[in-house]
Ligand binder design. Structure first.
Ligand SMILES: [Zn+2]
Length: 330
């Protein structure tokens, strides 16, 4: 076993972290995670750290692969499986460690990519991923992140997953996972999934929208997106309740309301298709809200979209692992 600097390809993993972390259409806030397995150790992004920080401080936690694999479907307390002799202090493994360690691929990337989330909101559009060339593909129904998501993934995949074949998992109401032989291939696969699924460009920011990484100043609501950004279908999707875990955890059960619904929702969609955010909304919340607008604009057809149930939202908001992540937000 060797420390992180001696791991071949760690530079590639850091480069991919920076690239993905800089693209708000791929990850928002502390979302998304990357892992690399080498020499019996899995290096996985720590919970609450940002991919964009990868050049500035350690964000990868070393876990013993065999011990972690044996434990992940039994417990969500994975701190005992961190290889402390190799680890930077104070890092706690990602909520999605179970999925990363159980997949046999050397490199696994998970992103909250807007094209994949949009496709996953209806069964019809989710099925489009099956036509993606060059990878094994599975569509996974929504499950709470962590153990339940890992179980849902393997219920779709079965036990016989070939680590030599690139893999794409479309996680409905959540995002995408890719597995590949190395970091470069995983990055290229993630990009190809998004190129394949995206149906719209990113929404235009209003002049009054906070700069990337900045919160909404306290006071009156501000315009995030100008009139005409959100059409009737996207408005219906946005105001239909939280449709991803991040939406629920950061923006509550009803992230977007119609004009005047400030009591219930931190963001509102105007009758003219504009989007406003409440004064004082945090930087991560703003980034997630903008990504949800991006997602909603990419939902086509007229099939009803899937949102999280009240029970799903309750389970997320009362989950200790998410409370930890909330404490680390900007
Ligand atoms: Zn996720």
């Amino acid at each position: 076993m060797s420390d992180v600097n001696a791991v071949p390809e760690i530079d590639e993993l850091i480069a991919q972290s920076l690239r993905i972390g800089a693209d708000p259409r791929l990850v928002q806030g502390a979302g998304g995670n990357l892992s690399l397995k080498h020499d019996g150790v899995m290096w996985i992004k720590a919970s609450g750290t940002r991919l964009g920080e990868a050049a500035d401080r350690p964000i990868f936690v070393p876990m013993g692969i065999e011990t972690t694999r044996a434990a992940v479907l039994e417990t969500e307390d994975l701190v005992p499986y961190v290889l402390t002799e190799l680890a930077a202090p104070g890092l706690r493994p990602s909520i999605e460690t179970a999925l990363h360690v159980l997949l046999p691929h050397r490199v696994v990337f998970h992103a909250h990519a807007t094209g994949a989330i949009a496709a996953g909101l209806t069964a019809q559009s989710a099925a489009r991923i099956r036509d993606l060339p060059g990878a094994d593909v599975a569509v996974v129904p929504y499950a709470k992140p962590g153990i339940e998501l890992a179980r849902a993934v393997f219920a779709e995949l079965g036990d016989d997953v070939d680590p030599e074949r690139p893999l794409v998992l479309l996680l409905r109401n959540h995002g995408v996972v890719v597995g590949a032989a190395d970091g470069e291939a995983a990055g290229a696969l993630l990009d190809s999934v998004e190129r394949f699924l995206r149906t719209e460009t990113a929404p235009e920011a209003a002049a009054t929208a906070p700069a990337p990484g900045a919160p909404v100043p306290a006071g009156d609501p501000v315009l995030l997106h100008p009139a005409g950004t959100v059409g009737p279908r996207a408005a219906e999707v946005l105001t239909g309740g939280a449709f991803t875990p991040d939406a629920a955890v950061f923006l509550g059960p009803q992230p977007f309301g119609r004009e005047g619904a400030w009591d219930e929702s931190p963001c509102v969609v105007g009758a003219d298709g504009s989007v406003r955010a409440r004064g004082g909304l945090g930087a991560d919340e703003v980034e997630i809200a903008i990504s949800l607008v991006d997602v909603a604009r990419q939902v086509g057809g007229d099939e009803p979209t899937s949102s999280l149930t009240e029970r799903d939202v309750h389970a997320l908001l009362n989950w200790e692992a998410e409370k930890w992540r909330q404490n680390l937000k900007r």
